[in-house]
Design a protein. Structure first.
Length: 412
């Protein structure tokens, strides 16, 4: 059973929320982050990526960078850019993209639920990537980037959300520069809070959809604080981490596509013959997204093809091996194109579906040779993998829209 608790958020005042809210720290490189902060001085990136306040000669992970983040954060609290709610509550966070809305609950999830696998993972994490956020959270004594969690839709939670959304005025309502709408309400009625808390208490599985490294980092800081405070009783804020929880029926996973630099020494004709050993191949008149599981659209020499899995591939039932990204890797990318480890092979690149098919064409016509557009992995496939205690292949899911950082901060 999941302990999903309300909290008193530190958050931007309503007048500047749209200026403070920023995309996650890890979607930018250093120069891009610096450009964002120069354009918008209130952007939360100057806290999430405080190296933007230093010359490029200063290491991104230097101790003074994290101390600067803490200094900026505390200054923004003092000057009223950030305010703190006086009561523990849940928040409703709705994101609208291209007319489609997904609405989640902002809350704190339990470190113990993470450790006991009530909160399920589907990715491994790398220690070097964790270390940056461990230093950031520990130095600020605050979690600034919410973990994107998913759960199977629950009527009691949906009813409270619908009631608050329909009856209350939002505390934030703005459209960001990228066209994504962000609307936030507060669940402060004690009866509503109890309904939500009790409903989550009856849910046995919560899933990390996105943010495995942020979650692992927050948990490790929590464990560190426990070791530093051996008399802790479990109610301390460091026992919880900032999350946004979405019902599964509102989530959209986009395709996560692939582009490969060459045909591994094969001619076009030889390559297509080998592809046909495991896929049927249809020439297309125009760029077309796959319409169903088992299909992959391929772009090669200015021509689009639709690849459809053979009966042998369709018969695979293992929750990981049956994923389209696994089939492509195991029956085409590795045996035909020689991509043995997609995590490390420089001949392959991964392109989020948000960039569209034209980006796949552009890459194959320039620095790459062949591109593959995937049918999106479903949320149920993600759940099945996590429930089996298995791991997704790299770059299996691309979630849009991205949660903004800086709208909700959890002090620990």
């Amino acid at each position: 059973m999941a302990k999903i608790k309300p909290f008193a958020a530190v958050r931007p005042n309503e007048k500047v929320a749209d200026r403070v809210a920023a995309l996650p720290y890890d979607v930018y490189n250093r120069s891009e982050a610096k450009a964002v902060v120069e354009k918008e001085p209130l952007s939360f990136l100057k806290i999430d990526r405080a190296e933007t306040q230093f010359p490029d000669s200063v290491d991104t992970y230097a101790p003074e960078v994290y101390l600067k983040a803490k200094e900026i954060f505390e200054d923004m609290v003092k000057d009223g850019t950030f305010i703190k709610d006086n009561e523990e509550c849940y928040y409703i966070y709705s994101l609208t993209m291209d007319g489609r809305r997904q609405t989640g609950i902002v809350a704190c999830a339990g470190v113990d639920d993470y450790l006991n696998n009530v909160i399920k993972k589907h990715e491994n994490t790398r220690e070097e990537k964790e270390q940056d956020r461990i230093c950031h959270v520990d130095t600020l004594s605050a979690q600034t980037g919410p973990i994107f969690l998913a759960y199977r839709s629950h009527k009691a939670i949906n009813d409270v959300v619908a009631k608050v959304v329909n009856e209350q005025k939002p505390i934030y309502d703005f459209t960001a520069d990228d066209g994504i709408g962000h609307t936030v309400w507060k669940i402060s009625d004690k009866a509503d809070i109890k309904k939500v808390e009790d409903a989550f208490d009856g849910i046995n599985e919560i899933y990390i959809a996105d943010g495995h490294h942020r979650a692992a980092s927050a948990v490790k800081v929590g464990i560190k604080r426990r070791n530093e405070n051996p008399g802790y009783d479990g109610t301390e804020e460091f026992n919880y981490f900032l999350s946004v929880l979405f019902p599964d029926d509102q989530l959209m996973i986009m395709d996560y596509n692939r582009s490969v630099k060459d045909l591994n020494g094969l001619t076009k004709e030889q390559f297509l013959d080998k592809v046909k050993e495991n896929y049927s191949v249809e020439v297309l008149d125009e760029a077309t997204h796959p319409k169903e599981k088992g299909q992959v659209a391929m772009y090669l020499d200015k021509t689009w093809y639709m690849l459809t899995s053979s009966d042998k591939l369709k018969a695979i039932t293992d929750p990981v091996l049956s994923l389209d990204v696994s089939l492509l890797q195991n029956y085409l990318l590795e045996p035909v194109l020689g991509i043995k480890d997609p995590r490390t092979d420089s001949r392959i690149d991964f392109i989020g579906g948000i960039r569209g098919l034209t980006e796949l064409e552009k890459r194959a016509d320039s620095d790459m040779k062949v591109s593959f557009a995937m049918y999106p992995t479903s949320i149920n496939e993600l759940f099945d993998v996590a429930d089996a205690g298995l791991l997704m292949p790299p770059k299996s899911t691309w979630f849009e829209p991205k949660l903004r950082s800086g709208l909700f901060i959890h002090r620990i």
